[in-house]
Design a protein around this ligand. Structure first.
Ligand SMILES: NC(=O)C1=CN([C@@H]2O[C@H](COP(=O)(O)OP(=O)(O)OC[C@H]3O[C@@H](n4cnc5c(N)ncnc54)[C@H](O)[C@@H]3O)[C@@H](O)[C@H]2O)C=CC1
Ligand SMILES: O=C(O)C(=O)COP(=O)(O)O
Length: 528
């Protein structure tokens, strides 16, 4: 099978070598597509690789019938409609570590540029003006840098600013006093940080909460003559408010790498001499571009070949040690879901998952998604995957509950799935036997021992002589060979279950014939 990968923003050629050198990948690099052309082009691609230039809208995603993965060679994913990707079962991955250093260095360059008017003085000199008085700057030493958002880049900027002998104070909802102390920086609320700072640099993602967080009200709290830096995302700073604050003299200078609307060639902020700007160059170094392209290429390859990705954006990432433990259960969990939904034969209203034994102390959310996928695939087909399983369950009004229990029922590990429908509640439990693979060990209250694989018939019947014989003859009459058989009962002469694995699918004729046997209460054919 060959996978088609579309690269719609300029990516490092060396960086995408993992993809170009892979055997089953066909790459199309086209970095000048209009939004309309992208919608047309994307239709039969399996993967799309972008930077910040391509707008991956809902409309693009819904046109992309084969799309499985969107790779963002960089950090910010605000140009990708994540909800639409999740709904369509498209995983989004990014490369969050590769450009941290470059973005931090660019931020420092911008801080230095505005503190010493370097671009303005350079521009004047290029225009034959030797002006030393106009471009007197300020030192960074002993000034306070306010860092808003102390993540990867914010923390690197803080460390570098300390090297310039600046005092650093930071605001980040996840910043603890211990971490601040360890880094040798101060901390405070957003308002405290921006009101103390001589320079303010923002390093948050663009989110609902961060959009225009630096606004007219925030400027009022700042010191007169403050400098503002944004190498994160346009939109974190309200550009109109910044313009007014510069014109009023509140803000002495601003250095901007990112803007609310990109790209552009005319912008009112650029008309102000106090503004220094670059066209979104924070990550544009040879080194960063190579690393992000390598990282994202590897994740795309991993996903297309069925491996676990390292940097998922619309799926919780799972630590490697956790994955090592739970990975062997993936097949079991999906099969249990598929088995149970076939057994109930109607739409689930509630799915309850219970984990015990070896799975008691470990993150099992990926197994839950996988089980729900197994269930929903029976209703919704192959478009259900790990990315959209929980979203689709919620949209269909199906409640999914996950719990851990110490009741191992004698097994070293046990997954129990319960499905509630309008008319019934049924359960199935499975375990992974060391070296022997998966087993279904319980169906409702009956104990069994069946490998969840291939073609099965689950028969509920009365516990009485002759049932097994009649069932066996009937299958033989239809040319169906029995591979294995398990029987259990509630008590002597009571309800009983028979789980039969057969060599081929139980066709409708044989199914109807089995249903016609008076000793049989329920027959379900299951293909796993
Ligand atoms: N100009 C450029 O070319 C580049 C820009 N970026 C942008 O830089 C920004 C930071 O990137 P990273 O440091 O890699 O991300 P990160 O995820 O490591 O850090 C973001 C930090 O912002 C914090 N945060 C979230 N909401 C906040 C709020 N309301 N107030 C204060 N802090 C908040 C988070 O807790 C986190 O610590 C992103 O917007 C990214 O897209 C990244 C690379 C290059
Ligand atoms: O990684 C990020 O968030 C960036 O903003 C870098 O954007 P770019 O890949 O240079 O278009």
């Amino acid at each position: 099978m060959t996978y088609k990968v579309l690269i719609s923003d300029p990516l490092s050629e060396d960086g995408i070598k993992p993809l170009t050198q892979a055997e089953n990948i066909e790459i199309v690099m086209q970095t000048d597509l209009t939004p309309e052309e992208l919608e047309e082009k994307i239709v039969d691609f399996d993967a799309l690789l972008v930077r910040s230039g391509t707008q991956v809208t809902r409309s693009v995603i819904s046109k992309a019938k084969n799309l499985k993965i969107i790779g963002r060679a960089g950090v910010g994913v605000d140009n990708i409609d994540l909800d639409a990707a999740t709904e369509h079962g498209v995983i989004v991955v990014n490369a969050p570590n590769g450009n941290t250093n470059s973005a931090a260095e660019h931020t420092m360059a911008m801080i230095m540029a505005i503190s010493r008017n370097i671009p303005q003085a350079y521009h004047a000199l290029k225009n034959h003006k030797w002006d030393r008085k106009k471009y007197v700057g300020v030192e960074l030493r002993d000034k306070t840098l306010g860092v808003v958002g102390l993540g990867r880049i914010g923390a690197e900027v803080a460390t570098r600013a300390k090297g310039q002998r600046m005092n650093v104070v930071a605001y980040d909802p996840f910043l603890t006093p211990e971490k601040a102390e360890k880094m040798g920086i101060g901390y405070g609320t957003f308002e405290e940080v921006i009101s103390q700072a001589d320079f303010i640099t923002v390093h948050t993602p663009l989110l609902k909460e961060t959009r225009h967080m630096v606004n007219a009200k925030a400027f009022q709290l700042m010191k007169n003559g403050v400098y503002i830096v944004n190498c994160a995302r346009g939109g974190i700073i309200d550009e109109d408010a910044l313009y007014d604050a510069i014109v009023s003299g509140k803000v002495a200078g601003a250095a901007l790498d990112v803007f609310e609307e990109e790209p552009f060639v005319d912008h009112k902020l650029l008309e102000l001499p106090e503004v220094v700007a670059t066209p979104h160059l924070g990550a544009s170094t040879i080194e960063a571009q190579e690393i992000v392209a390598v990282d994202v290429s590897h994740d795309v390859l991993r996903y297309l070949t069925g491996d676990t990705v390292k940097n998922p954006v619309n799926l919780p990432s799972v630590a490697k040690d956790v994955m090592t433990v739970i990975e062997p259960y993936f097949q079991l969990s999906e099969k249990l879901g598929a088995f149970l939904i076939d057994l109930v034969g109607e739409v689930a209203e509630e799915i309850n998952l219970s984990y015990s034994g070896d799975l008691y102390d470990i993150e099992v959310a990926p197994l839950t998604r996988n089980t729900v996928k197994g269930i929903l695939k029976r209703h919704l087909g192959s478009s259900v995957n790990d990315v959209n399983a929980l979203y689709l369950a919620e949209r269909k009004g199906i409640t999914v509950n996950e719990n851990k229990t110490s009741k191992t029922q004698g097994f070293t590990n046990l997954i129990t799935v319960e499905v509630k429908t309008k008319t019934q509640t049924r359960t199935v439990s499975g375990t992974l036997l060391n070296g022997l693979g998966s087993r279904i060990v319980k169906v409702d209250n009956y104990s069994v021992d069946v490998t969840p694989k291939g073609h099965m018939v689950v028969i509920q019947h009365n516990d009485q002589p002759g049932v097994i014989g009649r069932m066996g003859s009937l299958l033989a009459d239809h040319g169906i060979n029995i591979a294995t058989m398990q029987v259990d009962r509630s008590d002597i002469g009571g309800d009983a279950i028979m789980m039969v694995t057969i060599d081929r699918h139980l066709d409708d004729e044989a199914l109807d014939a089995l249903k016609g046997l008076d000793v049989i209460k329920e027959v379900v054919a299951i293909d796993l």
